[in-house]
Design a protein around this ligand. Structure first.
Ligand code: TXA
Ligand code: MG
Length: 303
């Protein structure tokens, strides 16, 4: 396995690996992805094997421009166009009815497709260089926290992937917001782009995740973002017992709780071998749906 700095030569080599059907880990503005060409079925199958990902969990298709969306969905709804012009390239994934036949493994047999245009020059260079969209789930082992730097990818996938393209740490550090526009707008996964911003563009309400949404977003039912340490959400400071504490207002010896660093903090706790991560859940946390969602999911997963 090679870890290579994402200079022009590294990018060329990554393109050659991808064209030959070998998945490559690469940076995006959200988290590192594990990419394969959309229409290379063996490479797509290899992604599921490398990540140990259940095959009923579909993949996001990454395009390098709005024309990539039109090529895959002949009838793009007006709402989707409005969201793309507001937020692409960027951390917004749209789930739409599928037009062109895509390999069934990509969409896990669903009649829909999840698409986003990443806001990262390396990701865009790979898609353009390969000449077709890249499917890319987060480049972690299934269930583990998403990787936000090349070192995290190596921790999970060393010996399992042919190449890791190192483009430095990811700017955002959590995964894209996923919105379904298959019927009414539904938030399938909160992310950096907030629901209020999306509603402002659409001029209508977005339904929030509910008991019904796992059927729409298969990934949500799985164990997720889980460090080996137990994550405990403490609503009162008196509940804090661990030596590893994340807080929006850290006291001495505690760590700053930041969306960008959350997954890195989880991995750091595991490296230190702590048994529990105590999160100081001050009421302000309610304002950040994406951060709260990842914390709750991690706490639910349990070690
Ligand atoms: O920021 C991101 O989105 C990163 C980077 C690499 O782009 N990718 C990412 O992919 O987080 P992944 O596979 O870890 O998460 C994709 C999520 C899963 O929850 C999956 O179930 C959902 O998107 N998804 C994919 N296709 C879908 C579809 N057709 N319908 C509903 N949900 C879908
Ligand atoms: Mg993932």
């Amino acid at each position: 396995m090679e870890t290579e700095i994402a200079g022009p030569e590294g990018i060329e080599r990554a393109i050659a690996h991808l064209k030959a059907g070998r998945p490559v880990a690469f940076p995006t503005e959200t988290v590192y992805g594990l990419g394969a060409p959309l229409f290379s079925e063996p490479a797509v199958a290899e992604i599921f094997r490398i990540k140990k990902r259940p095959t009923d969990n579909p993949l996001i298709v990454h395009v390098a421009g709005i024309e990539g969306l039109h090529a895959l969905c002949p009838e793009v709804p007006g709402e989707a166009l409005a969201l793309c012009s507001a937020f692409w390239p960027g951390p917004l994934t749209l789930v739409l009815p599928q037009g062109e036949k895509i390999p069934p493994l990509v969409s896990a047999g669903h009649p829909t497709i999840a698409i986003r245009m990443p806001n990262h020059p390396i990701a865009l260079a790979l898609i353009r260089g390969v000449g077709e969209p890249l499917v890319a789930p987060s480049a972690n082992l299934s269930g583990r926290p998403s990787p936000t730097c090349a070192e995290h990818v190596k921790e999970d996938l060393a010996g399992r992937v042919s190449m890791i393209l190192d483009g430095g740490p990811c700017e955002i550090g959590i995964e894209s917001t996923v919105i379904s526009l298959v019927d009414r707008p539904v938030l399938l996964r909160p992310g950096q782009i907030r629901v209020q911003e999306i509603e402002a563009v659409l001029g209508q309400k977005v339904a929030l995740p509910s008991k019904e949404t796992p059927a729409h977003s298969p990934g949500m039912k799985y164990r997720h973002y889980a460090p080996k340490a137990k994550v405990r959400l403490c609503t009162n400071r008196s509940e804090i017992k661990s030596s590893f504490v994340l807080s929006l207002h850290p006291q001495e010896g505690e760590r700053l709780l930041r969306k960008k660093d959350l997954f890195a903090s989880f991995r750091e706790a595991d490296r230190l071998g702590v048994l529990a991560i105590d999160v100081d859940c001050s009421p302000e946390l309610e304002e950040d749906l994406a951060l709260l969602n990842r914390l709750v999911r991690a706490a639910e997963s349990g070690p």
